[in-house]
Ligand binder design. Sequence first.
Ligand SMILES: [Cu+2]
Length: 92
Amino acid sequence: MQKRTALIALAAALSGPAWGATQTVTLSVPGMTCAACPITVKKALTKVDGVSKVEVSFEKQEAVVTFDDAKTSTAALAQATANAGYPSTVKE
Ligand SMILES: [Cu+2]
């Protein structure tokens, strides 16, 4: 039983990153309709643990987010903007 637990822990350690890497992602945020919206979106993203930088462009309808991928994920970032009332998707 103990051996099995150790193996599962080892597999988890190998499959995930051993330490966080900084990533930058561009989110498409089509719901921003006025100049105040980017402020709300930026606040929501900045609050996410692991996010180090947020640039929101109202003109481009997008948010560029720099984050630590050991602490958060693109899905969590999209969820954060959705919770603030602005659903977003990751731009390729
Ligand atoms: Cu607005």
